[in-house]
Design a protein around this ligand. Structure first.
Ligand SMILES: NC(=O)c1ccc[n+]([C@@H]2O[C@H](COP(=O)([O-])OP(=O)(O)OC[C@H]3O[C@@H](n4cnc5c(N)ncnc54)[C@H](O)[C@@H]3O)[C@@H](O)[C@H]2O)c1
Length: 431
């Protein structure tokens, strides 16, 4: 029966539903529309529904022109579950946060329930949300089977981790290989056919649990390596060694080394959260702590405090207290080139400095104050005026717009957590 679905995928007559129209779901919906599928985006946030219907995208990888072209082709956004009935393929891309340190799969559960109500024989459901190994089989499958249909017989079920890197100009949704999996061979073939229509290359793995683990392996790898260089940055300073030069030199090794650089901590929806999904599952299944993850959490969570300590010491050397000092933060986003400031270490730095009595402002050309959540401090445009107005500038994100020459010329004192000013002449310090 999956042959019929694969035929509908191949001739593009399949009706595709994408549940959750955020950073992950919207690009999937756009691509599915571009390759010729009829696409319905299901989204519960009314503001997002209204914005998308009006052709306004809040995801930087999807510009308004691309969204409007999709709307012209028939892409629709809805919060009405009745609009999903009769879908051929559905992708679940809803949040998977932590609640009190444990996985919160309530969004996945409610999204799956909506799809169970719209499920028809021969359809395919794919989970894309990042989660611990076992979720597709143990959580998603039973909810879908409450429909009376049986997975692997009446409908197909799989998992495919998302690998988007917001703001990355080289690797997009289309040209990044996509890992796919199914609960059985037929489901895997259906998932493979679906993503084969959307991306250049798919990589099939043996089970949905393996697919789920792939994503957590990738993110835990980054989390641990960032923690390694962060901890080393703190010790290298004690040793009187320039960590940045050492990293540059190590990066010339053409094999067996991958470059990671220190910074003010980790943020976004992935690194502060995903590895904990894995350590939670490991501890629950085997009773053992996943020590790498726990250590990386510890080091990376400490970095904003370390940055504030270094700022206080720098000001002290200039006979100033944090209290009463005007501090300009460059970058609120969790990384360069993105507007996403969820879980960003910049927020913790801003809060800590404000609690110590500093007057904190921030400049971030990517973060908009219109519509979304309110940033933790006043926002100012990046430029000579904001830099000259501050007693101290703290560079937290290496957005390309933060021009080194402008900073060096106009900032009185700088603390650079990203090594951007290393080869410049300026008053201040690098992390
Ligand atoms: N953002 C990234 O860079 C990234 C990368 C890889 C994987 N992921 C993973 O993808 C998943 C989604 O992340 P995101 O960044 O797109 O989140 P997001 O918050 O940007 O988008 C999720 C959307 O789902 C909506 N939603 C929640 N419950 C819903 C429901 N029951 N029905 C319909 N809509 C619902 C929310 O309103 C929101 O708009 C998470 O598991 C995340 O870990 C994210």
């Amino acid at each position: 029966m999956s042959e019929r679905l694969i035929g509908r995928i191949e001739d593009r007559s399949a009706r595709v539903v994408v549940v959750g129209q955020g950073y992950v779901g919207l690009p999937v919906a756009m691509r599915a529309s571009e390759v010729g599928f009829g696409v319905v985006g299901f989204e519960l946030d009314r503001k997002r529904v209204a914005a998308l219907r009006a052709g306004t995208s809040f995801v930087e990888d999807v510009d308004d022109d691309r969204l409007r072209a999709a709307l012209d082709r028939g892409y629709t956004v809805t919060d009405d579950a009745a609009d999903l009935v009769g879908f051929d393929a559905a992708v679940i891309s809803v949040p998977t946060p932590l609640r009190d340190g444990s996985p919160d799969l309530s969004f996945v559960e409610s999204a799956t329930r909506v799809l169970a109500g719209a499920l028809a024989p021969g359809a395919l459901v794919i989970l894309e949300s990042t989660t611990y190994p076992g979720t597709t089989e143990e959580l998603v499958r039973p909810i879908l089977e409450e429909s009376g249909l049986v997975a692997g017989t009446d409908f197909w079920l799989g998992y495919s981790p998302e690998r988007i890197d917001p703001g990355n100009p080289r690797w997009s949704f289309e040209n990044t290989p996509k890992v796919v999996s199914g609960i059985d061979a037929k489901s895997c073939a259906a998932v493979e056919a679906f993503y084969g229509a959307l991306v250049d290359k798919v990589v099939a793995v043996g089970s949905t649990a393996e697919g789920e683990l792939v994503k957590l392996l990738e993110n835990t790898f980054r989390h641990v390596n960032i923690a390694l260089v962060n901890e080393l940055a703190m010790f290298a300073r004690d040793l009187g060694v320039d960590i940045w030069s050492a990293i540059d030199a190590a990066s010339t090794k053409p094999f067996g080394y991958m470059r990671f650089t220190p910074g003010p901590g980790v943020g976004g929806h992935c690194l502060p959260i995903d590895p904990s999904y894995l350590s939670w599952r490991v501890r629950r299944q085997s009773g053992h702590p996943f020590r790498f993850v726990e250590l990386a959490n510890d080091v990376n969570e400490h970095m904003p405090d370390y940055v504030v300590t270094r700022i206080a010491a720098l000001l002290n050397r200039h006979r100033r207290a944090v209290n009463g000092t005007k501090i300009l933060l460059l970058g609120l986003a969790y990384k360069a080139g993105t507007s996403d400031w969820r879980e960003s270490p910049s927020i913790t730095v801003a809060d800590r400095l404000a609690a110590l009595g500093a007057t904190v402002t921030a400049a971030d050309p990517y973060v908009s104050t219109a519509g979304g959540p309110t940033p933790p401090c006043a926002m100012v445009p990046f430029g000579a005026e904001a830099l000259a107005d501050a007693d101290l500038t703290v560079l937290l994100v290496d957005h390309p717009e933060f021009d080194a020459a402008t900073i060096c010329e106009h900032a009185a004192l700088v603390f650079d957590t990203k090594g951007v000013l290393r080869s410049s002449s300026f008053s201040g310090e690098v992390l």
